[in-house]
Each structure stands twice: as structure tokens, then as C-alpha cells.
Design a protein around this ligand. Structure first.
Ligand SMILES: [Zn+2]
Length: 84
């Protein structure tokens, strides 16, 4: 086990548990849901999941995770899609 640091963050879409992964504890590549690119091994990054739902955890680039939190309140794309 490498060093990790876990905290709770309030986002506009809920509360997340956030774990900061140090490069040395990252042993396989993951796809970041923020930019759809791979996170190479040995890269410090973020693992986050909705509180009480660790099965839904995802691996994010650190800057992608920060962007998610910042842009979430402005995401209203679906509102422009008409439904008949
Ligand atoms: Zn990313």
C-alpha cells in the first residue's frame, strides 16, 4: 500500500469521497471520465466515488476532477434538447 489521503468534497451533484493516489501506488492504467484519456501508471491522480457507493468509484486526472467540480453548476446542456 502506498500513501494516500482521503477526504469528503461537496459537489453540486452530491457528496463525494475523494482519495488522492500517489504515483507509486498506481499500478495499472485507468480511463479518466473527465477527458476520456488514459491515466498512465505511476501518475498521481484522484479516485472519487459518491458517498456510500464505493462500487461506483472512478479514477480521474487531478485537473479533470477539479474542473468537474467547477463546471458542474453550469452544465445545463440537456435543457436545450427538445422532447416531444
Ligand atoms: Zn482526465
Amino acid at each position: 500500500m502506498g500513501l494516500s489521503f482521503e477526504s469528503t468534497e461537496e459537489h453540486s451533484d452530491g457528496t463525494y469521497q475523494v482519495r488522492k493516489i500517489t504515483g507509486s501506488s498506481s499500478t495499472k492504467p485507468y480511463r479518466c471520465p473527465g477527458c476520456d484519456q488514459m491515466i498512465p501508471t505511476a501518475t498521481p491522480h484522484i479516485v472519487a466515488w459518491p458517498e456510500f457507493d464505493i462500487e461506483s468509484r472512478r479514477h480521474w486526472h487531478t485537473p479533470c476532477w477539479k474542473k468537474k467540480n467547477q463546471r458542474a453548476p453550469r452544465t445545463e446542456r440537456t435543457r436545450n434538447a427538445p422532447r416531444y
